[in-house]
Design a protein around this ligand. Structure first.
Ligand code: NOJ
Length: 610
């Protein structure tokens, strides 16, 4: 290395590098993995993928026209955010009919054509289902508000409380909405409050009424009959609330002082109630039964919840009953900064808490969180794709992440569409609005990045489309797009599909893991430098039990120390600042653990050049 200015040598101690091993694959040995286990799931936010009719909003035909893009990426499953009828207060997550396509997205014929195209290309389709709430424009809600005998208990209604001295009417309790403010809205038609855990336009369904569960199961059957392969269940841990509606306690650890802020309370009565798991298990049983009665192809159920790892793990179910095929793992969605050891912790948190035989997954981005290149240094995008796509389990990619799209922070308050941003007002909207990560897919250099032939777009295209777009990146060998494709191809190796995981961080700078599967010759190693320094003499031999192994460089980030095909010794690795590397190695059955323990105490050095 040419520009050595100062060399400091850190002797690695056990405290700086600790190895975690996960051999959870017993249940997969000798078995073929199922389609939902092998695949990458690509999330399409339909309003922003491709506009086929020039109205500025993405639509179903636009998706169908671009399915080849998914095929080119090597993706075998797509999850589409809601496309059913909606007043679009929350852009489809406020459903006014569960069984009609919203005209903004097209027609049922368009949907059938999309299903046919996906089938032709062998891509599975997962739809978003929003079981916790509907729109206040849904027929069920209108009838419920009018006290129609069949529908009056379809939603969560409660009488006002009357407080002295004025005896004025107040909401039934202190519950708050995830979008801010009280979770109760007064209906003058019914003289009662209805619960809305999200916006006031999204009344909560009442799952203490069995008819509601049955209605949603009918909805599921409707879409399954049309060829859908499963559902992503929105806000899955919110379905049932504690009977009697007791006040929730203040969360003293949160540091939040504004009672209108969702973080102010501990949501112990609105989230993760035991009955919620019963409803979810019922949905899962319906999917399994459907599959058994038809073609035995699994119809998958994926649950979405922002809650503690313990609670999320319960959504897998237990020996007595299955619930989700997997609940989303949002550990890599957190803002983990540039500390490799925090990533190590996030990975271990998921893997060490997984119930016996449960299938892991990794979500790197979605429509509710800042884009990867905006949460982290954009130079880390490829390394983070290497990590999330090569860890054990299903990986989920948000549209645009394959080209490293960034948040569009230039959106003005007037252009703001997200209800959370609007609620926050002109001074604060950008800190909370989800619009920046929902802007149109950047296809090429044409007007509006090729997203529309019209004159406007529902959210402004990120002006950086001149430098970040699909067309450009397909031609550049070291683009995010091409690196992403290489990683997805490598995922198909048995060592990655079924392999054990050994993961470790070396100090706060390097994250490294190994994937290998007994009986398969080829294993995979990923190493990423999260820091700004050049690192030398990194010894992966002990860290990942690779003593005496030669590593063959397979995929690199741009400006890498090595090139594909280079063979290096596992005890002498160099990494440029923010470099990520994927290696393959030939597996040998003899373990060298004891020898490497001895070696660790003799000579394990990390040399940092600054
Ligand atoms: C979670 C969805 O991902 C989010 O976009 C939506 O606003 C809420 N659920 C409410 O449905």
């Amino acid at each position: 290395m040419a520009f050595l200015a100062l060399r400091s040598i850190l002797v690695l101690s056990l405290g700086l590098c600790s190895l975690a091993e996960y051999s959870i694959w017993n249940h997969t040995r000798g078995k073929d993995l199922d389609w939902w286990q092998k695949t990458v799931i690509y999330q399409i936010y339909p309003l922003s993928f491709m506009d086929s009719n020039g109205d500025g909003y993405g639509d179903i035909k636009g998706i169908t026209m671009n399915i080849q893009h998914l095929k080119n990426l090597g993706v075998d499953a797509v999850w589409i955010s809601p496309i059913t009828k909606s007043p679009m207060r929350d852009f489809g997550y406020d459903v006014s009919s569960y069984v009609d396509i919203d005209p903004l997205f097209g027609t049922m014929e368009d949907f059938k054509a999309l299903v046919a195209k996906l089938k032709e290309l062998g891509i599975k389709l997962i739809l978003d289902l929003v079981p916790n709430h509907t729109s206040d424009q849904h027929d069920w809600f209108k009838k419920s508000e009018a006290n129609d005998p069949k529908y009056k208990d379809y939603y969560v209604w409660a009488d006002p409380t009357f407080r002295p001295p004025s005896q004025n009417a107040f909401p039934p309790n202190n519950w708050t909405s995830a979008f801010g403010g009280s979770a109760w809205k007064y209906s003058t038609k019914r003289n009662q409050y209805y619960l809305h855990q999200f916006s006031e336009y999204q009344p909560d369904l009442n799952y203490r009424n069995e008819n509601v569960t049955n209605e949603i199961k009918e909805v599921m059957k409707f879409w399954l009959d049309l060829g859908v392969n499963g559902f992503r269940m929105d806000a899955a841990n919110h379905l049932v609330e504690k009977e009697g509606f007791p006040d929730e306690p203040v969360n003293l650890d949160s540091g939040v002082s504004d009672p209108n802020n969702y973080g102010y309370l501990k949501h112990i009565y609105t989230m993760n109630q035991p009955e919620t798991f019963d409803v979810l298990a019922d949905f899962r049983a319906m999917l399994d039964e459907y599959s058994h009665k038809t073609d035995n192809i699994t119809r998958v159920m994926i649950t979405e919840s922002y809650t503690s790892t313990d609670e999320i793990m319960k959504q897998y179910g237990d020996q007595n009953r299955s619930i989700a095929h997997f609940p989303f793992n949002f550990n890599l969605l957190a803002e983990l900064g540039d500390e490799a050891d925090l990533f190590d912790l996030a990975i271990n948190d998921w893997m060490s808490n997984l119930p016996q035989g449960a299938w892991p997954n990794w979500v790197l981005g979605n429509h509710d969180n800042r884009r990867v290149g905006s949460r982290y240094d954009p130079k880390m995008i490829d390394s983070l794709n290497m990590i999330s796509l090569l860890l054990p389990g299903t990986a989920v990619t948000y549209y645009g992440e394959e080209i490293g799209m960034l948040d569009n922070m230039g959106i003005t308050f007037n252009q703001t569409r997200d209800p959370i941003g609007i609620e926050a007002g002109p001074d604060n909207y950008l800190t909370v609005s989800r619009d920046p990560q929902r802007t149109p897919q950047q296809w090429n250099y044409q007007n509006f990045a090729g997203f529309t032939k019209g004159n406007e777009t529902w959210l402004p295209v990120n002006p950086n489309y001149n430098i970040i777009n699909v067309q450009d990146q397909t031609t550049l060998p070291m683009s995010h797009y091409n690196i992403y494709r290489q990683i997805v191809q490598l995922r198909k190796l048995p060592g990655v599909q079924k392999g054990d995981l050994e993961v470790s961080s070396i100090g706060s700078r390097v994250l490294a893991f190994k994937r290998s599967y007994d009986g398969e010759e080829t294993g995979v190693v990923v190493a990423a430098n999260f820091g700004e320094d050049i690192l030398e003499n990194i010894n992966l031999a002990y860290v990942l039990d690779l003593y005496d192994k030669k590593l063959t460089v397979n995929i690199t980030t741009p400006a890498a120390t090595y090139k594909p095909g280079d063979i290096i010794s596992s005890d002498d690795l160099s990494l440029n600042p923010m470099e990520g590397l994927v290696f393959t190695f030939q597996h040998s059955l003899a373990s060298s653990r004891s020898l490497s323990v001895v070696l660790m105490f003799l000579s394990v050095f990390l040399v940092v050049r600054v």
